[in-house]
Design a protein around this ligand. Structure first.
Ligand SMILES: Cc1cc2nc3c(=O)[nH]c(=O)nc-3n(C[C@H](O)[C@H](O)[C@H](O)COP(=O)(O)O)c2cc1C
Length: 328
């Protein structure tokens, strides 16, 4: 049974991709991920904030020592930045040496510039592609929707000019019109769109008047939002689609392929159930294809996307009106 699929210019042996997380920053875990049957890996992100914060902390601590010596000060700043980059470049090189599946580097970007100089270095280190994990937090009252979307466009355009590697864009669901946005960015020449990223969430501690992190990993309930948007967005874009966020059951992989994804990204389930999930999900997919008499993924991919099946119009339904009217 052939479960090969296309991803960022590569034909990969399984649609299961391990998304960017701490697991993908460790070489021995990466080897186990490949052994478990993943089609590709996205390395832990190099965070733009991580570099600038590291620089700022050192600037605060040390700037007094450099009064009158701006060149020395700049040199130190660059050294600090290079260390974060050097570590990341080593990760890319070691991962490439250890694995045969595609190794995709990941950069978290919030501006158009800070991360740009590293992109060529990542290419030279041998990465098979770059995922840009972009999120412009829409809290600035002065930024319009257009301003924010323009920033995404600029990020993609400068990245494309800086590297010949295939680019995947990983986005959140927080757009006024995610479908229109997805279509527009797909026209900019990205090779893959990845939906959806997951964010750090905070709760309020009512006794201590503080905040605390919650839900670090996803839950299965989140899959339904991903299924809906995969079915809605997949027929509208000019690149492949990776779907993820909330994949916790083997059948979720099949559902997302039916909704039009070419690949499925998993993270939280691997923390909860271990890497065997990848092996089990591949087996389940093959068994299901055999039962349904499909010989390859392309035979059923997108069968439940909104353009291809009237059953899929349910994904447009957002109110419970009819459902509740039958409940006494
Ligand atoms: C512990 C942890 C670390 C993560 N680190 C990153 C990261 O560095 N870069 C990134 O793009 N996404 C990161 N993510 C988000 C995941 O790649 C993924 O998009 C998200 O968890 C949704 O998929 P899931 O439901 O399978 O977990 C992280 C997620 C977790 C749980």
């Amino acid at each position: 049974m052939d479960i090969k699929t296309n991803f960022m210019g590569h034909v990969i042996n399984s649609p299961l991709i391990v998304g960017s997380c701490v697991l993908t920053s460790n070489i021995s875990t990466l080897i186990d991920i490949e052994k478990a049957g993943a089609g590709a890996v996205i390395l832990k992100s190099l965070f733009e904030e991580q570099i600038t914060q590291e620089m700022n902390v050192n600037i605060k601590v040390n700037s007094d020592n450099f009064r009158g010596y701006p060149e020395a000060y700049n040199y130190i700043q660059e050294h600090i930045r290079d260390r974060a980059i050097d570590n990341y470049i080593s990760l890319v090189k070691e991962a490439k040496q250890a694995l045969t599946i595609p190794v995709i580097a990941s950069i978290n970007c919030i501006t158009v510039s800070e991360w740009l100089p590293f992109i060529k270095q990542i290419e030279m280190a041998g990465a098979d592609g770059i995922e840009l994990n972009v999120f412009i937090f829409p809290s600035d009252i002065n930024l319009s929707n257009d301003d924010i979307e323009r920033l995404y466009n600029e990020i993609i355009q400068v990245a494309k000019r800086a590297t010949s590697l295939p680019i995947s864009l990983k986005i959140s669901p927080y757009f006024s019109n995610p479908t229109r946005f997805a279509q527009k960015v797909s026209w900019l020449g990205i090779s893959n769109l990845s939906i959806f990223n997951r964010f750090y969430q905070s709760d309020i501690d009512i006794d201590n008047f503080t905040t605390k992190p919650v839900n670090i990993t996803s839950s299965h309930d989140e899959i339904y939002n991903t299924i809906r948007w995969t079915a809605v967005i997949s027929p509208q874009i000019r690149c492949t689609l990776t779907a993820g966020n909330g994949v916790h059951r083997e059948d979720d992989v099949i559902k997302l392929l039916l909704a039009g994804a070419s690949t499925v990204q998993v993270v939280s389930v691997l923390y909860k159930e271990g890497l065997e999930f990848i092996t089990k999900a591949n087996e389940r997919l093959k068994k299901w294809m055999e039962e349904k008499e499909y010989s390859s993924i392309k035979d059923f991919k997108g069968k439940l996307a909104i353009k291809n099946n009237k059953e899929a119009s349910a994904f447009y339904r957002i109110n419970f009106m009819k459902y509740y009217s039958g409940i006494k």
